[in-house]
Design a protein around this ligand. Structure first.
Ligand SMILES: [Zn+2]
Length: 117
């Protein structure tokens, strides 16, 4: 399995916000954030790629710059501190020749934005 596959599979386990689009006659359409297939309102999993779907922020207004926040929730151990990829449950080990390093599936390595609650 190549590392992109691993990354994609990891991300699919976590709920991702569906994408909301306005169609003709102001009808709303929803699509999977991972593969772009249309999903019906309230579906919990994409039938195409198995992405777990979240509908939590769908009723929030868009911010002025058109960007919305995505949020992942998962449990970390007590010893975890922000930026500590070794103790992060979503990191994976990427081997490049003889070197291996902890990699972040969200590409936040060195710029971890995890918020502990
Ligand atoms: Zn999908």
């Amino acid at each position: 399995m190549d590392k992109d596959d691993i990354r994609v599979q990891l991300i699919r386990q976590f709920p991702a916000e569906v994408v909301e689009q306005k169609g003709s006659m102001d009808k709303m359409y929803y699509s999977c954030p991972t593969c772009g297939r249309m999903v019906s309102l309230g579906m919990d999993k994409c039938g195409g790629c198995s992405q777990i779907l979240s509908w939590k922020s769908i009723n929030q207004k868009e911010s002025p710059n058109g960007k919305r926040k995505a949020k992942l929730e998962f449990e970390v151990s007590e010893e975890f501190t922000v930026g500590d990829c070794r103790k992060c449950p979503i990191s994976y080990i990427d081997t490049n020749g003889s070197q291996s390093a902890y990699e972040c599936p969200l590409k936040m390595r060195g710029a971890c934005r995890i918020v502990l609650s």
